[in-house]
Design a protein around this ligand. Structure first.
Ligand SMILES: [Zn+2]
Length: 185
């Protein structure tokens, strides 16, 4: 078990933040596995910190969170990153990858949400009108592809196309574009 796995992910994140904000005031190696240093806290206090990379839970810190307990606090993590800058760089890359992934997932989710809201907001008739108007401008080949795309969307969002069936029952037939279900298949 390393310092980083012994600490909570929150402590690692905050410890990295302390490291990058130069909160570690001093650091010196005591022996093969132990480092000691001083780390400034969030309210201007200074904490005495010792880390033991061979026995992470034997680390000490005078902060209220860690004092007298066998936990790895953010100050120990900050001291660890100061003693091992390569580990800090590795963690930075992990954070970056995680953020990129989160952004991608977030982007996809918001795109889907937007499609949802558009499909809900546009009255069914207007949606069909738009789709049909666009459909008629396409070449026969593109029309085929467009139909397939629409069918895919319909499969995915089937209920969106069907939800409003009840409202449509009273509508007069004949006016407007044909129901998409009549020209799509
Ligand atoms: Zn601490």
């Amino acid at each position: 078990m390393s310092i980083l796995t012994a600490a909570s992910s929150k402590s690692v994140f905050k410890g990295y933040d302390y490291y990058t904000r130069k909160k570690v005031l001093s650091a010196c190696q005591l022996d093969e596995s132990r480092w000691a240093g001083q780390v400034s806290g969030s309210n201007g206090e200074t904490y005495d910190v010792t880390i033991d990379i061979r026995h992470p839970r034997k680390g000490r810190c005078s902060c209220p969170f860690a004092d007298g307990r066998q936990v790895v606090c953010k100050h120990m993590v900050a001291l660890f990153f100061t003693a091992f800058p390569d580990e800090a760089e590795k963690y930075r890359q992990e954070l970056e990858e995680q953020t990129a992934l989160e952004n991608t997932v977030f982007q996809m989710a918001s795109n889907l949400a937007e499609i949802h809201s558009i499909l809900h907001e546009v009255p069914r008739g207007a949606l069909e009108e738009m789709l049909f108007a666009f459909f008629t401008t396409l070449s026969p080949e593109d029309q085929l592809e467009f139909k397939e795309t629409l069918l895919g969307i319909a499969e995915e969002y089937g209920q969106l196309f069907e939800d409003e069936e009840e409202d449509d029952e009273d509508e007069e037939e004949g006016d407007g574009p044909p129901k998409w279900t009549t020209w799509i298949s």
